[in-house]
Design a protein around this ligand. Structure first.
Ligand code: ADP
Ligand code: ASP
Ligand code: MG
Length: 417
């Protein structure tokens, strides 16, 4: 059996949904589980709904209406008959969003976020599944929340592998065509949880691992994994093969084409991952599997924007030593702040941080009571895997470099802006 994942960009409009069928014509319709993310920028739009709702701003109702309009437009491009039952199914899901917010008593942002933002995937999969049926491709719509069980860390939930595996084996029919949501799961009380932004790739990894799938294909708006993000770098080149280890490193350093958690479950069962273009489904793309690190071998460039460079030194004349460092790291953990890079000297300890959940200012207050703190917000972390001196020389040109670090295979620098 195969697992496919279609991301937001691939189903951003009616033509995108129609193109899912083009891809399946190329690859076959049976023994297939399709995972779909929210359409286009729906997740961002739902985040704004939650923020507006929590600010007691009635504007959120308009934001919901705009999003409903966007999805209705997609439906109108897919179904000629405006009485088609999918229209009322989607309208009901939008009503559910309003009802959930109306009935909500919680003030916990992360909890409300997961209950609302997850509708993006529920709506997208309903549309894709109904359209496939309408076109004669019988399929089963599965609610991922009945399958993927997690802890209660809303917005960044960890998978309960034992229960998830059991549910998936019990409830997914390997011999048919099934459609389910990326990104979402549920906790032990059946409240919705999410696996972290861009987590649908990870969902594909979870299902493939639990089903012992033959392969996973993630369909993207790029020809495959390139040696750099084409939005940032010119003259990018396609990597036709990447090893599991190398793909984990690239994703970990921030190559956003694959979610970093996706690969380890696949590696464990030696399931190949194909990253392919949804616009050109017959082209080769990239295969991620066992083998040499990269083919062709070349420097790979990664940039993470909007990072924070934080430096700490002691308030007295002492050094920053192991017990301070362990305390600092436990604070990073408590505030869900990820550490990208560490550099230590006798009197100062520097880290480059990814503050995905916007908790840095709270953390800062804590740190200021114990350390002398300096920081730069809005810095970029550049990473070059398999660097050459030419690659570094051209990258460093005209940059205001704050920190550099070089190991055998990896060059990193933090720059302003
Ligand atoms: P999805 O539609 O699945 O959500 P994403 O937008 O998350 O897709 O991922 C695809 C995007 O990742 C591409 O449009 C590209 O801009 C970006 N990207 C970043 N690094 C790379 C890379 N090394 N190779 C290819 N694409 C990359
Ligand atoms: N829709 C979610 C997001 O935009 C998950 C995903 O696309 O992978 O983050
Ligand atoms: Mg994405």
């Amino acid at each position: 059996m195969r697992v496919f994942k279609f991301g937001g960009a691939s189903v951003k409009d009616a033509n995108g949904v129609k193109n899912v069928i083009n891809v399946l014509r190329e690859t076959g319709f049976s023994d297939l589980l399709i995972i779909v993310s929210a359409m286009g920028k729906t997740t961002n739009a739902l985040e704004k709904v939650v923020e507006s709702y929590l600010r007691n701003n009635t504007e959120y109702k308009n934001l919901i209406k705009n999003l409903q309009q966007y999805h209705i437009l997609i439906l109108e491009g897919l179904f000629d008959n405006k009485q088609h039952p999918t229209f009322s199914k989607i309208n009901n899901l939008f009503k559910d969003i309003e009802t959930t917010l109306f009935r909500n008593k919680s003030t916990q942002y992360d909890f409300i976020y997961d209950q609302i933002v997850s509708y993006g995937e529920l709506i997208a999969t309903t549309i894709v599944s109904e359209y496939l049926s309408d076109q004669g491709y019988k399929n089963e719509w599965l609610d991922a929340r009945d399958l993927i069980k997690t802890d209660i860390v809303y917005r960044d939930a960890q998978v309960d592998w034992k229960n998830t595996q059991q549910n998936i084996i019990e409830k997914v029919n390997k011999n048919t065509l099934s459609v389910t949501q990326g990104f979402i799961g549920s906790d032990q009380n059946n409240f919705t949880t999410t696996l972290g932004r861009e987590g649908s790739d990870y969902t594909a990894g979870i299902f493939a691992y639990c089903l012992g799938a033959d392969s996973v294909s993630i369909w993207k708006d790029v020809p495959g994994v390139l040696n750099a993000d084409p939005r940032v770098f010119e003259d990018t080149k396609l990597l036709s093969h990447v090893s599991y280890e190398e793909a984990i490193e690239l994703a970990f350093f921030g190559a956003s084409v694959i979610h970093p958690k996706t690969i380890q479950p696949l590696q464990r069962k030696q399931i190949p991952l194909y990253v392919k273009s949804f616009l050109n489904p017959s082209s080769e793309g990239t295969s991620v599997k066992k083998g040499q690190p990269l083919d062709p071998y070349m420097p790979c460039y990664i940039v993470k924007k909007n990072q924070i460079l934080l430096s700490l030194s002691s308030l007295d004349f002492s050094f920053i030593v192991e017990d301070n460092i362990s305390e600092i790291f436990s604070l990073f953990h408590d505030y869900h702040i990820k550490v990208d890079l560490i550099q230590n000297s006798a009197i100062s300890f520097s880290v480059c941080l990814d503050d995905k959940f916007d908790h840095f200012d709270e953390l800062l207050q804590k740190l200021k009571s114990k350390f002398k703190v300096t920081y730069n917000k809005n810095v970029s972390l550049f990473t070059v895997r398999h660097f050459t001196s030419d690659a570094i020389a051209s990258l460093e040109k005209h940059k205001d470099i704050l920190l550099k670090q070089i190991t055998r295979e990896t060059y990193q620098m933090v720059v302003k802006g």
